[in-house]
Design a protein around this ligand. Structure first.
Ligand code: PKZ
Length: 223
């Protein structure tokens, strides 16, 4: 008995999101984030939930039949380490980032920008990021602080990975509320970069403090 001929796997694309498709990717991701949060935050008829499951599965099958995407490391190198962000510029390490990417349908969609030697970001944890009732999940808060610290490294063009991240949760982090995260470099000791930051309400009340050690990576290791 011979096996039926198998479908050739779809090719892999290792290019950044093309500029002409970025706006529609962002729009689709935004709509899906809205739906995700709505499903968590609202009562819904079972019939509507069945329709969502049917239509989402059908759409997913179409998307999965397309070429696979893989983020190229050269994109990271050129985008991250060859330009210094301008004051006030909206930043994105990459648009699929789970914290600050606009094109991630499951992301937090934090909006970071440069403010002098700091990175400041508007963040609003949607209903799907709730942990304890009415509070954002502590892991989501940690993700925000890790990600915003990654942007501080842009200011000195220092490629580095998080080695250690510590969060002090000083007050509940409200969901569905506009908040402000900030991060800046505290000091540097050789390859060890020490960063600090905090998360505050729009009125400036402290919610969480973060400190981290990032370990700088020699550029020749970025292959
Ligand atoms: C490379 C380009 C990246 C670009 C950035 C991505 C761009 C796109 C944005 C994505 C968004 C951003 C988000 C936020 C950034 C993440 O989230 S990064 C992801 C999470 N982190 C990781 O995956 C890191 C995993 N760990 C590792 O790869 C390696 O352990 C490390 C951290 C690179 C260090 O390894 P290593 O280069 O071999 O360093 P090593 O020689 O052992 O240590 C150097 C020094 O650091 C100290 N050290 C090392 N690790 C630790 C640790 N965990 N704790 C305490 N001290 C430590 C050592 O003790 C040593 O100190 P001294 O003896 O010199 O005093």
């Amino acid at each position: 008995m011979t096996n039926p001929p198998s479908e050739p796997p779809p090719p892999t694309v290792d290019e950044p999101i093309a500029a002409d498709t970025l706006p529609v990717r962002i729009a689709a991701a935004e709509a899906m984030r809205r739906l995700n949060h709505a499903m968590v935050a609202h009562e819904t008829d079972p019939e509507l939930l069945q329709r969502i499951a049917r239509e989402a599965n059908a759409t997913a099958a179409i998307v999965e039949a397309g070429a696979r995407r893989q983020r190229p490391i050269r994109q990271m190198k050129t985008q991250l380490w060859q330009t210094t962000p301008e004051e006030g510029q909206r930043l994105a390490h990459f648009e699929e980032c789970m914290v600050s990417g606009r094109a991630n349908p499951m992301g937090i969609a934090m909006q970071p920008r440069r403010q002098g030697d700091r990175i400041v970001a508007d963040v609003n944890f949607g209903a799907a990021f709730e942990g304890a009732p009415k509070r954002a999940h502590g892991g989501a808060v940690a993700a925000v602080m890790d990600d915003i610290m990654g942007y501080v490294l842009l200011l000195t063009a220092t490629p580095a990975f998080t080695g250690r991240l510590s969060i002090s949760y000083r007050a509940p982090t409200p969901v569905q509320t506009d908040l402000v995260a900030s991060a800046w470099m505290d000091r540097r000791d050789g390859r060890k970069v020490f960063l600090v930051g905090d998360l505050r309400t729009a009125e400036g009340d402290l919610i969480a403090e973060a400190d981290a050690l990032f370990v700088a990576i020699p550029r020749e290791r970025l292959t």
